[in-house]
Ligand binder design. Structure first.
Ligand code: AKG
Length: 302
């Protein structure tokens, strides 16, 4: 049986690799459904930490259920002390091992994200910019702790949309990103139960509709280290975009945009591996050089 012991260590039985058939499925369709990838004990640990983190995050100002969309991105903040197991997940073999199998040993992992969504998510890939040529950029493991179906916010994907020419054709498709058009475009709904994990290539188009305010998503993201100059350019763009989004989200929540520093991440990293992901690799791709003030001016001018 897969399980997490009282220290949160995964025990034997939790799989850290995919079958050849699953790898081929992922490469072909751009996503994979990992049924009961988290064990019952692990789900219990995650749920307990989630409740604790929600209490801490919303003790002073409550979660805004009336937000007009998820794009304001309300998040529960995991930490080494309040959510140690959730924090450790990106380094664990059942996520990291699988990601390495698909994208190679040299990966850049990210912190666990815990998002509380409001409303629908319109169709999009997790890549932006006009110069997207790398189609093996990385992947995201999504975990939804609630039972979800197509009418209650289950993730839906467009199979095969991670690869050109389909990926590019979708970007030109009129109306695809309009929130009212989610059901109009053909997608495959991935109903999920506690323990199930959905894995997708970051270039794969995805959406959801019908979720209740506060629908929780855990996301674990890995980027493949760049293999050529174009890939490196896209990586730099991605880190810039991550900083831009952090500014946009903070402003839309009426908060001061964060100015992340290597020191802050050093105190958050759990291990040498996590530290290299959060500090060294970000330094390498210019994450800390981003100028919030200049970007805010640019937004105001738009
Ligand atoms: O669950 C959802 O609504 C979609 C999540 C999403 O867009 C993402 O993880 O990038």
């Amino acid at each position: 049986m897969n399980s997490a012991d009282s220290d949160g260590n995964t025990t034997i039985g939790q799989r850290s690799s995919l079958t050849e058939e699953e790898v081929t499925f992922f490469e072909t369709f751009g996503f994979l459904f990992l049924k009961q990838h988290f064990s019952a004990d692990e789900v219990e640990t995650i749920n307990a930490e989630l409740s604790h983190a929600k209490e801490l995050t919303y003790k002073d100002s409550p979660f805004d259920r009336s937000a007009d969309s998820s794009e304001r991105l309300q998040r529960v903040t995991p930490s080494r002390t309040s959510t140690p197991y959730i924090n450790s997940l990106p380094e664990r073999p059942h996520l990291h091992g699988v990601a390495k199998q698909l994208f190679g040993e040299d990966l850049i992992g990210h912190e666990s994200e815990v998002n509380l969504f409001v409303g629908d998510s319109r169709w999009h890939p997790d890549r932006s910019g006009n110069d997207v040529k790398t189609h093996r950029f990385g992947c995201k493991f999504c975990y939804y702790p609630d039972v979800l179906d197509g009418e209650t916010g289950a993730l839906r994907v467009i199979p095969g949309s991670h690869l050109p020419p389909f990926f590019d054709a979708l970007r030109k498709m009129p109306g695809i990103s309009d929130p009212e058009n989610i059901r109009k475009f053909p997608g495959l709904v991935c109903p999920s139960n506690p323990g199930d994990v959905i894995l997708f290539n970051l270039n794969c188009w995805h959406a959801s509709c019908g979720g209740q305010p506060g629908r929780v998503q855990f996301a674990f993201v890995y980027y493949a280290a760049p293999k050529d100059a174009q890939h490196e350019k896209e990586m730099r763009f991605q880190y810039t975009r991550n900083r831009q989004m952090a500014v946009e989200v903070a402003l839309s929540n009426g908060k001061k945009p964060p100015v992340p520093t290597p020191e802050e991440f050093l105190s958050r990293g759990d291990s040498p591996l996590m530290t290299s992901w959060l500090v060294d690799r970000r330094q390498e791709y210019g994450y800390f050089e981003f100028d919030n003030e200049a970007y805010i001016k640019e937004l105001q001018a738009r």
